[in-house]
Write a protein of this length. Structure first.
Length: 127
């Protein structure tokens, strides 16, 4: 299992979104897979989200809270846990996430559109 985290990211203009970060498959050498979402995926009532892929983030963000360098606002950890990726292709991402003590949830994402560095995805929580 890899680590995952949901960060509340407040930008300098006061707007807020969530950064969903998780470890990719394999040894922990690279960055964290990163998506920007508007919903709290750790809440049971959240059943689907649109997510914007972002460049990989440094592993330090699994534990980091505070001001982001370069005047990019601040982050606060909302939820942390573990995930298992069962399928990862250019067009599909299937993973099971367990935030904290809550039940695990399987999320299946499909790529919608956009360039690789800012691709839109649609994730649905499976029952």
């Amino acid at each position: 299992m890899g680590a995952c985290v949901l960060l509340e990211h407040t930008l300098p203009d006061g707007s807020v979104h969530f950064d969903w970060l998780f470890e990719p498959d394999g040894p922990p050498l690279g960055g964290l897979l990163s998506f920007r979402v508007q919903e709290r995926m750790d809440q049971p009532g959240c059943t689907e989200v649109r997510a914007l892929s972002r460049p990989d983030h440094r592993r330090a963000y699994l534990e980091f809270e505070g001001e982001v360098s370069g005047g990019r606002g601040s982050v606060r950890r909302i939820a942390a846990g573990e995930c298992v990726i069962t399928e990862r292709t250019d067009a599909r991402l299937d993973l099971t996430v367990a935030f904290g003590e809550g039940p695990s949830a399987r999320w299946v994402g499909h790529r919608l559109y956009g360039p690789p560095e800012a691709m839109w995805w649609h994730f649905v929580r499976q029952r």
